[in-house]
Every structure is written in C-alpha cells, then in structure tokens.
Design a protein around this ligand. Structure first.
Ligand SMILES: C[S@@+](CC[C@H](N)C(=O)[O-])C[C@H]1O[C@@H](n2cnc3c(N)ncnc32)[C@H](O)[C@@H]1O
Length: 393
C-alpha cells in the first residue's frame, strides 16, 4: 500500500487558493479520489486476469470508454500488467481532455507540451494505424521519459518527439503518404537521409547533439536553430526524408490546408488542481512550494507562456481543425482569462460547446462552453478544458 498524506493543506497554499477565489473545500475529497487507469485497447478480454494480479476489482468509468477506477492506495507499478504495458495510469480528467479532441485514424496531431506523455499515449492509441502524432516539450529529460513510455507501450510507430519551445515550434506535420517525397530524397546526399530510428545514434550525430546541448546551456542557440528530434517511429513519416524536408517550416498560408488536424496545448501551470502534486512538497518543503508554484511573479510569467503556447498551437492548426487548451490549475488567471484574451485577438478562433460533456461529472468554467473538473465534483484531479475550432478565413 502507498502512503497517503492526511495532513492539512499548507497555509501558503490556502492563501494562494483564497487570492485566486478557489474554494478549498473542493480538495476535501482528495484523499479518497480514486486512481484511474486506462486499458490498452485489445486487453479488455484480460480484465479478470489483471484484477487478480493487482488484487483489486476495477470499476468501469461509465462516462469515459476504456477507463477504470480503483482505490487510491492500490499499487499498480509493480504489477505484470503494468510492466507488460496492458494498463497505464492516467487520470480520468486527463482522458476527458484527450477525448474531446475527437482524434480519428489518419489525423495529424500535435501535442505542444507532451511530457511525461500520458495524454500522448492515449492519442496514439486513438489514432490507430494511420496518421501521425508530433510531441514537443522544452524539457529534454522529461521528453526522454516520454520516449521510454512510448517504447514500453509499443506506441511509437507513428510518433516523433522534438525537444523544442512550443511557443515558436513551426514544423509541418509529415504526411505518411509522402512516398514520392521519400523516393526523391533517396537521391539526396546519403548522410542527410533519416534512416530507421535506433537508440544507438551514430557518433557524428551524438557529437552534434552534445554540441547543441552545450550551446543551449550557454544560451547560444538562436531562435532559428532546428529543434532536436529525439525519437521517431518507423511509420512517423520521418524515415527516408532529408533534413531539409523534415525541417521545412510552414507559412501561415500553408497552415490553413497543411497544418495539424488536432492540437493539444496542455500548458505548463501552477498544478494547483492536483493535490497529489501539492502534497509532494510536504517532503520537498513548503518554502519550495512557495517559490516554485505559488509565487505571484512566477504565476505572471506562466500566464504569458500559456497565452504564447495557445497562440502558437492555434497558428499550426489547419482550418476546420480542433484545438484543446487544458491546465491542471483551477485559477481563473491561467484558464478563463487566457481563453478570453486569446478569443479577443483571434477572429478565426471559435470556442466550441463540448457536447459530449453533458453526461460528465464536471462543471462549466466561468466562461460558458469551458469545463472544470475538480476532486469534489468529478472525483478526479483538477483540470480546466476549453476546445476551439479554426474558422476558414
Ligand atoms: C502539464 S505538463 C504536460 C503534461 C503532459 N501533457 C502529459 O499528459 O503527460 C506541461 C509540460 O510543458 C512543458 N513546457 C514548459 N514550457 C514549455 C515550452 N515553452 N514549450 C514546450 N513545452 C513546455 C513542461 O516541460 C511540461 O512537461
């Protein structure tokens, strides 16, 4: 059994909630909030076996296909089903955020803040055998963990991962049907063609990556520097391409027909919706919580980052496509205010009603059509979700 903290919320966190108009009573259910897992499609027939192994009955989440809940103190990380990649832990609210993207086989999907990757895995499961998913994250160590996860669940076939700043990432989706381009590029310079991914990078490439990391740490990287590609699957569209083809950026005009079908901006935030995250600071020290999470200046710079991520995600979305903006903060500043500001400056952005949520245990946000999940209402972690579509101009 895992240890669960029953200690009261720290003073600094309570003041943060008060300043942000968040009712602390929504967290009172946190200790009993179930844990959730998603069954890898195809493993449904093994439910009884999985239950026997984790010694616990799994409750089907009626409002979210493929999801099951279990008591918060049941450990799954050492179970064979988990190690074999038949189940993965993902909160139901996170699953809801992915499901409102309505991913269909064949879609080109962009996940602009991808690590550690629970939502990315679900996207790849929904995508099936056609289309592509591009995962971007600014933190290379977190994205490396995401790569490990893709490999564990054998989900990387149609995925590519870039260490990059999501506020300026500009690469086009790769059409997996781009055989003619691959054929052409096969006549290009030999060492510029991407061969099948292997974790053992050629010496030249490792040296180049090390140099890039060094330049980054010395802040020598110009904004025109190519993002670092740290993984690509066999059917991600990368194999056979030249560097020039891969690193082709899109003009705003090209985006409207060649942009991504679906974009997730699961933005960096103060994580205040997740008490499990806040309680970690019991061990790291409440002062760290103050500095790393609650500090007003940090929150201000976060809202700037969130708006930039949303703007860039929307820029890369094709006309008629869907974008989901989510955060695991419950403050208005990081959610509704961002949505309002964004709508004000984007005539082609339309906030969409999330019809499927009518049967879901969540509330409307302060702006109609947006959703809020919280431990008390939803028995999930806290999450804000807004869905936009891009109108043709
Ligand atoms: C809430 S987490 C994303 C969780 C992820 N979607 C998942 O389901 O596992 C936010 C992520 O944003 C990343 N991030 C922060 N600033 C970024 C930026 N400028 N560009 C891209 N990613 C960024 C962080 O490194 C972090 O991994």
């Amino acid at each position: 059994m895992e240890e669960h903290s029953k200690s009261p919320l720290p003073e600094a966190f309570l003041s943060f909630l008060e300043e942000n108009g968040i009712d602390p009573s929504i967290y009172t259910a946190s200790d009993s909030t179930p844990r959730y897992l998603r069954l890898k499609p195809g493993s449904e027939g093994e439910l009884e076996e999985i239950e026997a192994e984790i010694k616990c009955k799994l409750e089907k989440v009626n409002w979210l296909p493929g999801f099951y809940s279990l008591p918060p103190d049941v450990l799954i990380a050492n179970s064979k089903s988990y190690l074999d990649g038949k189940i993965y832990g993902i909160d139901a609210a996170s699953g809801a955020a992915v499901s409102v993207l309505k991913i269909l086989p064949g879609d080109d999907v962009l996940d602009l803040c991808a690590a550690p990757g629970a939502k990315l895995c679900m996207m790849l499961d929904l995508l099936g055998d056609s289309g592509s998913v591009t995962g971007v994250d600014v933190a290379s160590h977190r994205l490396a963990a995401c790569r490990t996860m893709l490999q564990k669940y054998s989900l990387g076939d149609r995925c590519r991962l870039f260490v990059a700043d999501g506020t300026s990432f500009s690469l086009a989706p790769l059409r997996v049907d781009s055989l003619s381009r691959s054929f052409e590029s096969a006549f290009g310079k030999k060492d510029e063609i991407f061969r099948e991914w292997t974790s053992r990078r050629p010496w030249k490439e490792r040296k180049r990556a090390a140099k890039a990391r060094e330049a980054k740490s010395l802040q020598l990287v110009s904004s025109s520097e190519n993002p670092e590609l740290i993984f690509y699957g066999r059917h991600s569209g990368v194999v056979g391409l030249s560097k020039n083809e891969l690193y082709k950026t899109m003009s705003d005009l090209e985006v409207s027909c060649s942009g991504y079908d679906k974009v997730l901006v699961d933005a960096e935030c103060t994580h205040d919706g997740s008490v499990k995250h806040i309680q970690k600071f019991e061990h790291w020290g409440w002062k760290t919580l103050q500095r790393r999470v609650l500090d007003a200046e940090r929150t201000d710079s976060l809202t700037v980052l969130q708006l930039k991520l949303l703007r860039n995600g929307f820029r890369l979305l094709k006309a008629g496509g869907l974008l989901v903006y989510s955060t695991c903060s419950l403050t208005v500043a990081q959610n509704e205010d961002i949505v309002e500001q964004f709508l004000k400056e984007n005539a082609s952005a339309e906030l969409q009603e999330i019809d499927e949520a009518k049967e879901w245990p969540c509330k409307s946000g302060r702006i109609p059509k947006t959703l809020r999940f919280d431990p008390l209402t939803s028995q999930t972690s806290g999450l804000f979700v807004a869905r936009f579509t891009k109108l043709a101009t």
